[in-house]
Write a protein that binds this ligand. Sequence first.
Ligand code: HEC
Length: 113
Amino acid sequence: MKVLTCLIAGTLFCAGLSIAHAQTGEEPAPSPEQFAKGANLFAHTCSHCHGPEMVNPGNFSFDLRKFPHDGRERFFNSVRNGKKAMPPWKDILHQDEIEAIWAYVRTGGVAPQ
Ligand code: HEC
């Protein structure tokens, strides 16, 4: 019984660690499908302010090519809740759609091989 409890506790500990890692560190490359979905969503929902392919059109919006690639938490927070002149997206985009856009942004728009 003790062994079983240890095993379960150990597994939970590891799961917790990998989630913590995903929230702070650089993440593994996304799948080509996820990247493509993110690029497509970006083109339709973000590019009129942030520029096609994240090339800043020289307006007041943030240059997303400079967004830190390990900034998952900040990205989700800003996108979900909005920031200053940027509207919130949480009622418009699903979590998995924001996840796909994050896959696109954190790779700097460079498709995975
Ligand atoms: C109506 C124009 C507009 C649209 C559409 C828009 N943004 Fe923004 N976005 C802005 C502006 C303006 C800022 C700069 C906010 C500030 O002053 O800090 C910004 C900032 C950001 C930031 C940086 C926030 C930070 O933490 O500094 C991210 C990330 C971002 N936008 C992602 C997106 C994504 C993803 C989409 C598409 C779902 C999107 N934006 C659509 C206007 C827009």
